[in-house]
Design a protein around this ligand. Structure first.
Ligand SMILES: NC(=O)c1ccc[n+]([C@@H]2O[C@H](COP(=O)([O-])OP(=O)(O)OC[C@H]3O[C@@H](n4cnc5c(N)ncnc54)[C@H](OP(=O)(O)O)[C@@H]3O)[C@@H](O)[C@H]2O)c1
Length: 223
């Protein structure tokens, strides 16, 4: 399976690449192909140091090439850029491509971290991305509450739950398997994409708890 990561040069993209290259080919996407190539080389070198050898290849390409070639496409970009990026890329994906959104509508104010969708009455990240999907049921939202710091260190025991929302069972199953490939992460289905805002809002809750209580990269575990 070819996994593409749009905005793969950011912290989350690095974490996904380091984890999933153990079993899959990973394509790092960027607005600039050379930046993607440099990031891919850096991640491949980190993965070699970590694992010795690993099954997949990590390569870098511009975002459009990544969108066209991926079987699973992760949108690892800020909420503010969904319209610009998704309108260009999502019409070009393969018919069966499963799209993952870890995107959180988040802003920092004097009060702390706030959820843009509530504060400014804007759509959830899921709703905004889905507008641009050709096959709307192939969108799954997940990974909102795992910190990039934890994701990109394969030595860390994560022991966290990952909320999953989507409208199509086979797409959800593919994402669940990718979650389970990351040791000690557990997928927790919340419901259809229309409930994704519930998962997305967990991130500002965690970030405020982290800062106010001096916690280090907290996650969520249902007990
Ligand atoms: N960081 C976390 O711990 C965390 C945890 C859970 C969920 N999330 C969510 O996951 C997503 C990715 O997080 P991140 O921290 O990796 O994001 P990021 O570092 O802020 O951005 C990721 C990539 O998006 C691209 N990008 C930045 N500005 C852009 C623009 N104006 N137009 C188009 N592309 C732009 C950049 O890639 P190029 O410059 O190479 O194109 C950048 O490397 C976000 O939606 C975030 O809310 C993050």
């Amino acid at each position: 399976m070819k996994i593409g990561i749009i905005g793969g040069t950011g912290g989350m993209g690095k974490g996904f690449a380091i984890r999933w290259c153990q079993n899959h080919d990973v394509m790092i996407g960027s607005r600039e192909a050379t930046k993607a190539d440099e990031a891919a080389k850096e991640y491949a070198s980190l993965a070699s140091k970590e694992y010795g050898s690993f099954k997949g290849k990590i390569i870098g390409k511009d975002n459009l090439a990544v969108a066209k070639e991926s079987d699973v496409l992760v949108l690892s970009i800020p909420y503010e850029n969904i319209d610009a990026i998704c309108s260009q890329l999502l019409p070009n994906t393969k018919d069966e491509c499963v799209v993952i959104s870890p995107i959180v509508p988040l802003t920092k104010t004097d009060a702390g971290f706030e959820f843009i969708s509530f504060k400014d009455k804007k759509p959830s990240a899921f709703e905004l991305v889905q507008k641009y999907m050709r096959n709307k049921s192939n969108l799954v939202s997940a990974f909102h509450t795992i910190s990039e710091k934890k994701l990109l260190d394969p030595k860390l025991v994560l022991d966290s739950d990952i909320f999953v929302c989507g409208d199509n069972d086979s797409s959800i199953n593919i994402v669940n398997e990718l979650i389970k490939e990351i040791k000690n992460l557990r997928p927790i289905l919340l419901g259809p994409g229309s409930l994704s805002y519930l998962a997305e809002t967990a991130t500002p809750i965690l970030l405020n708890a982290m800062i106010k209580n001096k916690m280090k990269n907290p996650g969520i575990k249902i007990i």
